[in-house]
Design a protein around this ligand. Structure first.
Ligand code: ADP
Length: 167
C-alpha cells in the first residue's frame, strides 16, 4: 500500500489571499492531506492575530475536505515531524522569491532529510499578489475585491478601521 501523503503549507497568511487559495487548491489535489499551518511567532507585526488568521483560512477552505488549518510556533521541520508530514509546500511568484525559498528548502532538508519541499509556481493572474500589497491598498481605502475572498475583504477593512481609531 502506498504511504499516506501529508503535506504542510506554512506561512503568515496575514491575511489569506487568492494567491494562497490557488496554491492550497492545487496542492490539495496532489497530496492526501494538506495542513495549512499559520506561523505564530513571526518577526513581522501582523494585522490579524493567529486565531483570526486560522478562522479566515477555515472559512475560505471549508469546501476542500482534505485541507486542515493549524498553527505552530516551532521549527518548521520539527512541526512537520510532529504531525507526520513529509512534504512542505511553498509558492513561487517571481525570481525574488526564489533565493529565499531555495535557502529555506535546503536548510530544512539538511535538518531533516525525510522531509522535502515542493514548489507550486504562481498562477500568472496572482503573480504580483502578496498579503502586504492587500494591506497597503486597503489602508488607503482601495478596492481589494480582486485579491481576497469576500469574507476576508470585509474583515480587512474592519480591522484597519479599528487600528485607525486606536491610533
Ligand atoms: P511567509 O511570511 O512565510 O512568506 P506568506 O503568507 O507571505 O508567508 O506566504 C506563504 C507562501 O505562499 C510562500 O511560499 C509564498 O511564496 C506563497 N505565496 C504568497 N502569495 C502567493 C501568490 N500570489 N502566488 C503564489 N504563491 C504565493
Amino acid at each position: 500500500m502506498e504511504k499516506f501523503r501529508r503535506a504542510i503549507y506554512p506561512g503568515s497568511f496575514d491575511p489569506v489571499t487568492l494567491g494562497h487559495m490557488d496554491i492550497i487548491t492545487r496542492a490539495s489535489k496532489v497530496v492526501d492531506e494538506l495542513i495549512v499551518a499559520v506561523l505564530q511567532n513571526s518577526s513581522k507585526t501582523p494585522l490579524f492575530s493567529v486565531d483570526e488568521r486560522v478562522k479566515m483560512l477555515k472559512e475560505v477552505t471549508a469546501d476542500i475536505p482534505n485541507v486542515k488549518i493549524m498553527s505552530y510556533n516551532s521549527l518548521l521541520v520539527d512541526y512537520a515531524k510532529e504531525v507526520d508530514a513529509t512534504i512542505i509546500v511553498r509558492g513561487l511568484r517571481a525570481i525574488t522569491d526564489f533565493e529565499y525559498e531555495l535557502q529555506m528548502a535546503q536548510t530544512n532538508r539538511i535538518m531533516n532529510s525525510e522531509i522535502d519541499t515542493i514548489f507550486f509556481t504562481t498562477n500568472i493572474v496572482y503573480s504580483y499578489l502578496s498579503s502586504s500589497t492587500v494591506k497597503e491598498i486597503a489602508m488607503y481605502g482601495g478596492d481589494i475585491s480582486n485579491f481576497v475572498a469576500p469574507c476576508v475583504e470585509e474583515k480587512v477593512y474592519k480591522k484597519i478601521e479599528e487600528r485607525k481609531q486606536k491610533n
